[in-house]
Write a protein that binds this ligand. Structure first.
Ligand code: KG4
Ligand code: ZN
Length: 331
């Protein structure tokens, strides 16, 4: 089954064609980062306008690159939420119209389930059940993944998402937006043990997170070292990154142990973090747990993961009708 996936929940207009939920035939991502960069974050109204401009060329390109004729597409999967309402509506309305015009089944996909499905686009995906850490700009969630359509939420952040903490710390240090990639690169030049920031494990046996205290702690360091912090930026970001990574790795390994799972998936934009990828692999090896992390371009928002999740919704009878609507927060 060839599914056309469409994703417009935040600041990426994306379309992809995926066969049987596993094989990417094409994946096109048009990023709006340059539009939002001057504002230091995503401006919802600008995001909607940019999606409107990009949606038709991005879908056309995904279809033409896939080598699949339009009439060979079997279904359409589109992100339904969570995300920015105006942004979601562009992709969702487009997908409804396209499905109606082509007389194709349509399914609305949860963006978070989409991220989890990014690991099924890689060779050797995890067997069920497994645990997954979804760390992005909007979410830090731990799931027990029971099947393609059953996710049990084990824990989540109580305040900032991990990616949001990277973005806010980068902003404090004048490193620009988004912050994850630049902090990751600069950390290589710093010493993570020079400035130790607090790790918020909360209840050590639980799976909730908190990153706002860590962010405040970095801010306090900057304020109390006003004259010298500019020369210590690599050490500050390396210390900050290590504090985030320690907690993320600890919690996901413990989640696997608690559920008796031998497989872990790390997904979402923060899964691109080099130190996180390394640390989880090291910690998991000791416990004989296998780690699945998608390649870099499948960590951030893309439509191939939406098509992959959509394939399983469709094969389980999850067809949306023309009255289905988008949602901004998890239903
Ligand atoms: O999944 P994603 O592309 O969009 C959302 O659904 O939010 O995640 C974007 C987030 C941003 O906060 C960005 O700073 C973070 O992922 N990110 C990273 C890295 N690359 C992107 N965080 C840490 N290290 C990275 N290398
Ligand atoms: Zn995302």
């Amino acid at each position: 089954m060839k599914v056309l996936g469409i994703e417009t929940s935040c600041d990426e207009t994306a379309a992809a064609v995926v066969a049987d939920g596993t094989k990417i035939l094409s994946s096109v991502v048009s990023s709006q980062i340059e539009v939002h960069r001057p504002y230091g974050g995503v401006v919802p109204e600008l995001a909607s306008r940019k999606h409107l401009e990009a949606i038709v060329p991005v879908v056309d390109e995904a279809i033409s690159r896939s080598g699949v004729a339009l009439k060979q597409i079997d279904a359409i999967a589109v992100t339904r939420g969570p995300g920015l309402i105006g942004a979601l509506l562009i992709g969702f309305s487009f997908a409804k119209a396209y499905a109606f015009a082509l007389d194709l089944p349509l399914t609305g996909v949860n963006h978070l389930a989409g991220h989890i499905h990014s690991v099924f686009l890689e060779p050797d995906p995890p067997p069920f059940p497994f645990v997954a850490l979804l760390a992005s700009g909007g979410h830090t969630n731990v799931y027990h993944v029971i099947s393609h359509t059953e996710l049990e939420l084990m824990g989540q952040t109580r305040d900032d998402a991990a990616g949001e903490a990277f973005d806010k710390v980068a902003k404090m240090l004048g490193l620009g937006y988004p912050g994850g990639g630049v902090i990751d690169r600069l950390s290589k030049e710093g010493d993570p043990d020079k400035i130790i920031f607090p790790r918020a494990y909360l209840d050590k046996s639980g799976f909730d997170f908190s990153f706002s205290g860590l962010k405040t702690s970095v801010n306090r360091y900057i304020q109390t070292h006003e004259d010298e912090y500019q020369n210590q930026i690599p050490d500050i970001v390396a210390g900050f990154r290590e504090a985030v990574v320690d907690v993320l790795s600890y919690k996901i390994i413990n989640a696997a142990i608690k559920k008796g799972c031998r497989h872990i998936a790390i997904v979402g934009g923060v899964a691109a973090n080099k130190r996180l990828r390394e640390k989880v692999r090291q910690d998991a090896e000791e416990k004989k747990i296998k780690v699945h992390i998608p390649c870099f371009h499948l960590c951030g928002d893309n439509a191939a993961m939406i098509a992959a999740a959509g394939y399983h919704y469709l094969t389980n009878g999850g067809v949306s009708d023309m009255n289905t609507d988008v949602y901004s927060r998890v239903l």
